[in-house]
Design a protein around this ligand. Structure first.
Ligand code: NAD
Ligand code: ZN
Length: 370
């Protein structure tokens, strides 16, 4: 019998998105969808909208700021913390729609993750930090819809919502089948206004998730197929003349979705723990932090390293670097500790003995190489 590509250590039972709409103009699905949901009871719709759209509502049509909908503008200067989510949920509970029938997350990973976390908390009670980990959410959340306006993280399809706990310094999501959105509306018209650098950094998250999955040991045969197609589409987009033309924006939206499905079946690798440390210790945002980490990944992921820099150069994107002067011994220690917290992805990438590879000296060298 041929060996299975899905070994016993892998994720074997997978929940994906139940329904989605894709194509220019798909945003028109949103209003009938939420109205149908409200007809079943509850207090109507609460929308989590990326703050970018506060000053630019035109793209979303009347819906997000329309009547009968409570809109919460989600700030994106800082990635969501457990405290922020607790505070948002409290404001819903004490507001005009304490038992919403539907939640909608419109924006990037920040707005979508805030929506997912709020959905879980409204249905399960407690505080956000109680659910950071694997399979800790007991009951299905409030019906939730994703409307991505930037592509790459796969937050629209994944089974997590990444939150930083300011006390424990843990950057970890609520990994649960209940965190998966019930419906995703993918309208490539919505990503037209994303700044070019941000478009590249976020888009590369899909590429990095999938190359890490395929290089890891916790594989899943279906996840591998999603990952391979995601990589193909990312390369098609980022090696094109203009990564943001109409065709590429639709391709990248699909790649992001497939990448999110892939990651629901597997784990990331070395880039993400290092990137999470940059976020927690230096306050860098996730997607730009990943790209900075890629500066030091040649020894670990040589092929992806080469492809990544080909794509960055092709699109003339300037990936920032770390100022060596900020990396004193205390900071390097903190970066090391924040990296090694992420045991599952590190074991996926480097094996159970990953601590032998990632000594303090080794992580010091990696961070200094960024
Ligand atoms: P983001 O939410 O961080 O937004 C990035 C920037 O793009 C913001 O300034 C935002 O206002 C802007 N923006 C978004 N859409 C725009 C548009 N259409 N036009 C102009 N500007 C627009 O974006 P992201 O990179 O998608 O998300 C990062 C977050 O996602 C992090 O918090 C990260 O931890 C999380 N994440 C989650 C998952 C998951 O599976 N849940 C996976 C990876 C990352
Ligand atoms: Zn990521």
């Amino acid at each position: 019998m041929a060996p299975s590509t899905t070994p016993p250590t892998s994720v074997r039972r997978v929940k994906n998105i139940a329904r989605y709409a894709i194509g220019c103009g798909a945003i028109a699905d949103l209003e009938p969808l939420t109205k149908a949901q409200a007809a079943g009871g509850g207090d109507g719709t609460v929308c989590f909208v990326d703050e970018y759209f506060r000053g630019n509502p035109g793209l979303l049509g009347a819906f997000a700021v329309g009547e009968g909908v409570q809109t919460i503008f989600v700030p994106t200067d800082v990635e969501p913390t457990t405290d922020y989510v607790d505070q948002v949920v409290e404001s819903i509970r004490s507001g005009p729609r304490p038992r919403p029938s539907c939640l909608v997350g419109i924006g990037g990973g920040i707005a979508m993750d805030t929506c997912k976390a709020a959905s879980n908390l409204l249905a399960n009670g407690g505080r956000a930090e109680d659910y950071q980990g694997w399979d800790l959410v007991k009951r299905p959340g409030v019906f939730k819809v994703a409307v991505p306006t930037i592509s790459g993280t796969g937050a629209e399809a994944s089974r997590t919502c990444v939150l930083t706990n300011p006390r424990t310094k843990l950057k970890l999501g609520m990994n649960s089948d209940h965190t998966v959105f019930d419906y995703v509306v993918m309208d490539p018209d919505l990503t037209r206004t994303v700044p070019r650098d941000q478009y590249f950094f976020t888009g590369m998250d899909a590429y990095i998730h999938c190359m890490e999955s395929l290089a890891g040991s916790h594989r899943n045969a279906i996840g591998d197929a999603y990952s391979r197609e995601t990589l193909r589409m990312c390369k098609d987009v980022f090696l094109a003349q203009d990564m943001m033309d109409d065709r590429c924006r639709e391709q990248l939206m699909v790649a992001s979705y497939l990448g999110g499905c892939a990651i629901a079946t597997s784990y990331v690798g070395l880039v993400h723990p290092l990137s999470a440390a940059l976020s927690v210790v230096l306050g860098l945002h996730h997607c730009v932090a990943n790209c900075i980490v890629m500066r030091a990944m040649q020894p670990f992921y040589p092929e992806a390293f080469r492809e990544f820099w080909d794509m960055a150069h092709r699109q003339a994107v300037a990936v920032p670097s770390i100022d060596g002067a900020t990396l004193d011994a205390t900071t390097l220690d903190a970066l090391h500790d924040a990296t090694l917290m992420h045991e599952r992805p590190l074991a996926n990438a480097l094996g159970a003995e990953f601590r032998k590879v990632l000594t303090k000296q080794a992580t010091g060298q990696i961070f200094r190489g960024m």
